[in-house]
Design a protein around this ligand. Sequence first.
Ligand SMILES: N[C@@H](CCC(=O)N[C@@H](CS)C(=O)NCC(=O)O)C(=O)O
Length: 213
Amino acid sequence: MKLYYSPLACSLADHIALLEAGAPFESERVDIKTKQTASGGDFNNVTRKGYVPALVLDNGEILTENIAVLDWLASEYPALGVPGKLGRTRLLEALAFISTEIHRSFKPMWHAGNEDQKAQARATISKLLDDLADGLEGDYLFGAEPTVADFYLFVMLLWAERFDVSIPTPFVAMRHRMSGRPAVKAAMEHEGLLEAKERMRRIRKDAEPQLTS
Ligand SMILES: N[C@@H](CCC(=O)N[C@@H](CS)C(=O)NCC(=O)O)C(=O)O
């Protein structure tokens, strides 16, 4: 299997899922602006959609659309899914909410919206996160263990942090809990996000008013 990803893009959810599952896979970074892959290829030749995630299966078939890719991973690795008769449906329900409601609402942040649009988007996302947190049944969306939906939500929580979107308390704790998981750390490290976070922390600290005695 091979995952095409871009750092901090929604493909981070798939990256985490593959590592959590212990799946054998390769990955290649994509510059989503230029559509160049790290090895110099044209990503449009992998998928004409030109966006990540794209997962190339061992038989050469290519999966796109995060809901489909994450659902497929949960079917292959049931520990990443939701058990029970309605399990898969509940998982799809959560993935669809995260994708079509929350993810989509970040558009003004990523695509140079004006300040009004960004403020509106912050309010919308915050409300959507509140709604989702209301259904929280444990440490994660479906109980004590994370599913692919939690990995996708985690990426949304990182985006929320980046764009100063306020998030409900249970999700602050969840973001923290998730950040400590070895697979999450490994995926973030691979995508160069841990250094980026550390750099931001230092910049913020340097910008703080210095205490004088
Ligand atoms: N409908 C797609 C959208 C995926 C998507 O928005 N990918 C972004 C990164 S999070 C991307 O690659 N954007 C580059 C582009 O659209 O050109 C899905 O749900 O997987």
